[in-house]
Design a protein around this ligand. Structure first.
Ligand code: GLU
Length: 425
């Protein structure tokens, strides 16, 4: 969860344009064929629906929902469904394209998609959420499918919503189809290791980044913005690897402890305190939560929403490296300043790809009708993340470019190559 309320849409960089400006640089570096450029720059399908839902008080409220499939050239499209008040089509389009690049970077056989419903899950009852989720699934019956488009959790959604999606889809098809969605509860065919997968991939990317910068994890300090599923597991796993997590934040504020925050305790506290760190006594609350971003730490992990590092605050960043747990936490305008400051950035489409990687394992297990051990899941996802990091790093050396552009180059190259073989109409 973010502690910084997202800026109103009109003040924020358009996320689709942010994505495109990096895409354009990578396309140029690759010498991408103009025809393929034209195919990849726009999503292959966009579906927007109005969902009338009966609220608990008997009134009917209409919600706006979207599903954007950016590409399915590498395989069925894959990506989460976000429930938030600032969901809008441009954001969903950008997030869908990011999923295409993310799946290609880690070399899993998926295209990219994303969904979203404009709603405030914090203000809705479980019954309202269930009706909304089922209505959305009904509206997307022709889009979703284990070989077509596979949803997963994102901000504001989790295993509970995935279970409703699976159930609704299965009812419509008269048979249980658990491979139509990932991030499910374990008992419905969820994978061991999926809950912590994104945070775990962030940890692997952070350690690989430290290795390249010759920073000893045992001496490294970390600040994590966002203490939801991604941020809290990333903090916990980095702490377990010997790092000192000096600051974490959530919607209630930022918490600092120079000697290191006991993340295990912080998670325990959050889980028994309405999901927030308010009142946590293992750290001091910072006066201004945004200051967390400007701490002089070895690694800054933005793990909340888009655009938290932007042209208005980028000059103040003092971290040696940034490992992007969130999707799009750095605006495109901030990239140049970050690069000129020599800050190493493990970009979102690489660093947070651990989640979709284990989603892929979940889908594979569902299709095999088999269950892997947590060790097998972790070992395989760690290897995929490390291999992807090494490939992106090598590409950045070859093209003398930042890791972000290198990640786009790796991804676009793979998708473009596939297009060439498959051909068009
Ligand atoms: N929503 C997550 C992401 O942005 C996971 C997507 C998935 O597992 O399909 O990467």
């Amino acid at each position: 969860m973010a502690y910084i309320e997202p800026a109103p849409i009109k003040d924020r960089a358009n996320p689709f344009e942010s994505m495109m400006s990096r895409f354009n640089i990578a396309a140029e570096a690759l010498g991408l064929d103009e025809q393929i450029y034209n195919v990849l720059k726009s999503p292959s399908k966009q579906v927007s629906v109005s969902l009338p839902i009966t609220m608990d008080d008997g009134s009917i409220k209409v919600f706006e929902g979207h599903r954007v499939v950016h590409s399915n050239i590498l395989g069925p499209s894959k990506g989460g469904v976000r429930y938030a008040m600032d969901v809008h089509l441009d954001e969903v389009k950008a997030l869908a394209a990011w999923m295409t690049w993310k799946c290609a970077v880690v070399d899993i056989p998926y295209g990219g998609a994303k969904g979203g419903i404009k709603c405030n899950p914090r203000e809705m009852s479980a019954g309202e959420m269930e009706r909304l989720t089922r209505a959305y699934t009904q509206a997307m019956l022709d889009v979703f499918g284990p070989d077509r488009d596979i949803p997963a959790p994102d901000m504001g959604t989790g295993p509970r919503e995935m279970a409703w999606m699976m159930d609704e889809y299965s009812r419509a098809h008269g048979t249980t189809v658990n491979s139509m969605v990932t991030g499910k509860p374990l008992v419905l065919g969820g994978s061991l290791g999926r809950a912590e997968a994104t945070g775990r991939g962030v940890m692997v990317s952070a350690l690989a980044s430290m290795e390249k910068s010759r920073i000893n994890p045992y001496h490294a300090t970390i600040a994590v913005q966002g203490f939801g599923n991604v941020g809290s597991f990333a903090a916990l796993l980095l702490e377990e690897r010997g790092c000192t997590v000096v600051a974490v934040s959530d919607i209630t504020g930022a918490y600092y402890n120079e000697k290191g925050i006991n993340i295990h305790e912080a998670i325990k506290y959050r889980d028994t305190n309405n999901g927030t760190l308010e009142g946590f006594d293992g750290a001091d609350k910072m006066d201004d939560p945004e200051e967390l971003l400007f701490l002089e730490v070895d690694v800054l992990v933005p793990a909340a929403v888009e655009d938290v590092i932007n042209q208005n605050n980028v000059e103040k960043i003092r971290a040696k490296m940034i490992v992007e747990g969130a999707n799009g936490p750095t605006s495109a305008e901030a990239d140049n300043i970050i690069n000129s400051k020599g800050i190493l950035v493990a970009p979102d489409i690489l660093a947070n790809a651990g989640g979709v990687t284990v989603s892929y394992f979940e889908w594979v297990q569902n299709r095999l009708g088999y269950k892997w051990t947590r060790e097998r899941v972790n070992r395989r996802s760690d290897r995929i993340m490390k291999d992807a990091f090494d490939k992106v790093y090598e590409t950045s050396q070859k093209h003398s470019c930042p890791l972000r552009i290198a990640a786009y180059i790796v991804a676009i190259d793979k998708v473009a190559e596939t297009y060439k073989f498959r051909g068009g109409f």
